[in-house]
Design a protein around this ligand. Structure first.
Ligand SMILES: [Zn+2]
Ligand SMILES: [Zn+2]
Length: 411
């Protein structure tokens, strides 16, 4: 009998020791990301080099290095303003071999896809907005605040076009985002790095073809697009002899044909046909034609444009990849273009090198967590936690003693 009691005591003692060790382990060594070539990657997941252009068939986030002469382009959103779980709205991520990242458009839902990549949010501080439709800019606030919590300790910079008047331009849009979310952002003050709570607009003249960003050998050029009203543009990014062109919404236009001519990866909208839009959206023909072919570019127009541009790879987006639609859309493109083509859906990933282009799909963990914040984020300057934001009567309504007291001094 006593032997059994002794065994039980021993087991309990071992359990207690293990429990203490576990608690000590978690509290003293929170896993921080590993830094690889200046980019934070989730702890314990060291990206590998891809040799001789032999890419694994599937891209798993943070498993591959972007080599020094390489560009990785990920379609995060390829859909429409009216949401579909299979395609969120416009967003393309460009990662360069020098460790820099650039976001082109930030449509609604795109931050969810971005989270699946478990990215280094400290690098995601530059967004280039083609125009101020929600399907191209609707997740700006989500990136601003979510990216701040997830590791950005510097301001978010938003590059976007002017409009026909100041109130229709990017600067006023961003100023309004800041004002609209004052309740949110000022309440977080002090717990997060101060600078990460800033959002800065860089508005440029939509009507000019001009270099609007030029740093570290990366050049971004903006040029006009034709889309309902003044203030829509497309972009071209040049780096180390590689080029990426991102078309915001537009009908085929002369500026795009000129700037995209012979570029490496050329992304342009490829909308539905009028007949498809009548079928899926219930529009009468006149309105369906207006939307698909006067405001946007249907598949046959996309194909003709790409036949003029002749890119190394043409990329179509801005439609739903639903089974009953996408083959018709593909056939429409092929009526007028027979060159290299990728019909992008959400999470199509394109690796671009001088001698090779690889097109694959990303597979990510739908339960993925943010990778965790870096040491730089931890030590970035902070103010004091926000206090005095509520009335005394409200604070006095707290039921005291229900939440456990602190285990360490917090003053
Ligand atoms: Zn759009
Ligand atoms: Zn639009």
């Amino acid at each position: 009998m006593s032997k059994i009691v002794n065994s039980k005591s021993t087991i309990l003692a071992i359990v207690a020791v293990v429990a203490v060790a576990l608690v000590a382990g978690t509290s003293s060594s929170v896993a921080k990301p590993d830094k690889v070539d200046g980019v934070n990657v989730p702890f314990g997941r060291i990206p590998q080099k891809v040799k001789d252009n032999r890419y694994p068939r599937t891209y798993y986030p943070n498993t591959e290095k972007v080599t020094k002469d390489e560009m990785r382009i990920t379609a995060l959103g390829t859909g429409m303003p009216n949401q579909s779980p299979s395609n969120v709205a416009a967003c393309f991520l460009v990662e360069l071999g020098n460790g820099e990242s650039f976001l082109f458009d930030m449509g609604t839902g795109s931050t969810d896809r971005l989270a699946g990549l478990e990215p280094d949010y400290s690098k995601l501080d530059k967004v280039f907005i083609s125009h101020l439709h929600t399907d191209h800019a609707g997740d700006l606030a989500a990136l601003w605040v979510g990216g701040w919590i997830n590791g950005r300790y510097t301001p978010l910079h938003v590059y976007g076009p002017s409009g026909s008047s100041p109130e229709l331009g990017t600067k006023v849009h961003v100023d309004h985002i800041r004002e609209a979310w004052a309740w949110d952002v000022t309440s977080r003050a002090g717990t997060l790095p101060n600078a990460g709570g800033e959002i800065v607009a860089h508005e440029f003249d939509f009507s000019k073809t001009a270099v609007i960003y030029n740093k570290n050998g990366v050049k971004v050029t903006s040029f006009p697009a034709i889309h309902i009203r003044d203030g829509s543009v497309s972009f071209r990014l040049d780096w180390k002899g590689l080029s990426f062109v991102f078309g915001g919404d537009s009908v085929p236009n002369k500026w795009f044909a000129k700037e995209a001519k012979g570029a490496d990866v050329v992304v342009h909208e490829c909308f539905f046909t009028p007949e498809q839009w009548m079928r899926i959206a219930g529009f009468p023909y006149k309105q369906a034609y207006w939307v698909t072919s006067v405001i946007h570019t249907p598949p046959q127009g996309f194909g003709k444009l790409m036949s003029m541009v002749k890119p190394r790879l043409a990329v179509a987006y801005h439609y739903w990849n639903h089974r009953d639609l996408e083959l018709e859309i593909y056939d429409g493109v092929r009526e007028t273009y027979d060159g290299p083509l990728a019909m992008a859906d959400d999470l199509t990933v394109i690796n671009l090198r001088k001698d090779h282009i690889e097109v694959r799909e990303v597979t990510f963990n739908h339960d993925s967590w943010p990778q965790g914040t870096s040491k730089e984020w931890d030590t970035a300057p902070r103010g004091e936690p926000a206090t005095g934001l509520m009335a005394d009567w409200l604070k006095k309504g707290e039921l005291k003693g229900l939440n456990p007291p602190p285990k360490q001094p917090i003053e």
